[in-house]
Structures are given as C-alpha cells and as structure tokens.
Design a protein around this ligand. Sequence first.
Ligand code: FMN
Length: 176
Amino acid sequence: MDLMEALRTRRSVRQWTSDPIPDEKLKELVEAAARAPSGSNNQPWAFVIIREPGRLKRLRAAAPGIAGRAAAVILICLDRRLGDETPGTSEYDMVHLSLGAAMQNLLLAAHDLGLGACAIGSFHPASLESIVSLPPHLELKLLIALGFPVSQPDAPALRPLSEVCYFEEVGSDGEH
Ligand SMILES: Cc1cc2nc3c(=O)[nH]c(=O)nc-3n(C[C@H](O)[C@H](O)[C@H](O)COP(=O)(O)O)c2cc1C
C-alpha cells in the first residue's frame, strides 16, 4: 500500500471478527514497530504479544479502553534499563516520543497487512503487569488491540491544516 494512502485510510478499529491472527503477521508488526527511530538509537522498548484466549479475557477485564473482542493485544513497554524514567528529564520525554513512533509504525503495518488496530491508553497498569508477569525493568505504557476488522470506521474529524501548519512564523490569526 502506498504510504500516503495508508496514512489517509488508517482508522482506529474497535470491532473485530473472531479470526485468529497468524503468528507470522504478529511478528511482522513487531518488526515494523522495532524499526522506529529512537533518541540516541536506544530502542527503549519491549513488545509482549498476547493471543491466548484465557489471558486475553483477563486482560480485557483490566483494560476498559478495549471496546471489543480483540484477537490479539500487543503490550508496548518501556525497558527502564535503556531509558531514564525520571519525570521532568528530557530523556523521559524522549523515550515516550520513541515509544510513540513505535506505536505508529505498528498501527500502519497492521493496516497494511489488512488488520484493524487501536491504541489503548485506558488500562490498569498494575493488574495488567501481573497478568503477564512483567519483570521489574519493563513498564507497560500502551496496548495495541488488534484483529481482522468487521468494517472500516468513519474518518474522524481532523483539525484543518490551516490551524496546525505554518510557514516561517506562527500568525496570531492562525493563517500561514
Ligand atoms: C495514546 C493513545 C491512546 C488511546 N487510547 C484509546 C483507548 O483507551 N480506547 C480507545 O477506544 N481508543 C483509544 N485511542 C484511539 C483514539 O481515540 C483515536 O486514535 C482517535 O480518536 C483518532 O481516530 P483514528 O485513530 O481513527 O484516526 C488512543 C489513541 C492514542 C494515540
């Protein structure tokens, strides 16, 4: 799929068929995520793929942000050994930007592979970390719920470019 087409047609998908996702596709998604740029190339991430039905059920109970029955969920974690986790430091901001880049790679790769994905920020970290027995050096930051889409959701309302894009200087009237 052409990249601009992928950017224009990607949607957050929250309803999925019951079809399982082949492991090869799940690994491809993580490969895409792990190709994201990162500050100082520190690659401060780890990805945990959950697709076993019993564990998915417990995971859904701890993640109110997941609306439907995802065929798989990928946990995006910060590896504290690779990035400073002290709020207020520039490195703290940097690792979160890097994890955001990994998230976007993953979402676009899912779209390209015919999957539907949704980033999930609404979850109970402590419950989830115990469900997957995360080691202490990994901190759960975001979930990606995935499956084969039931339908293509409507496009969300976007702020007009004239409101967010400026050449040279930011005009007080919002025009470029
Ligand atoms: C960091 C982040 C957290 C999000 N958390 C949730 C969530 O908990 N539940 C949910 O249904 N959608 C969640 N979303 C999806 C957004 O609602 C969605 O991206 C936004 O409405 C724009 O729609 P689009 O992705 O189709 O362009 C999240 C997105 C991001 C980037």
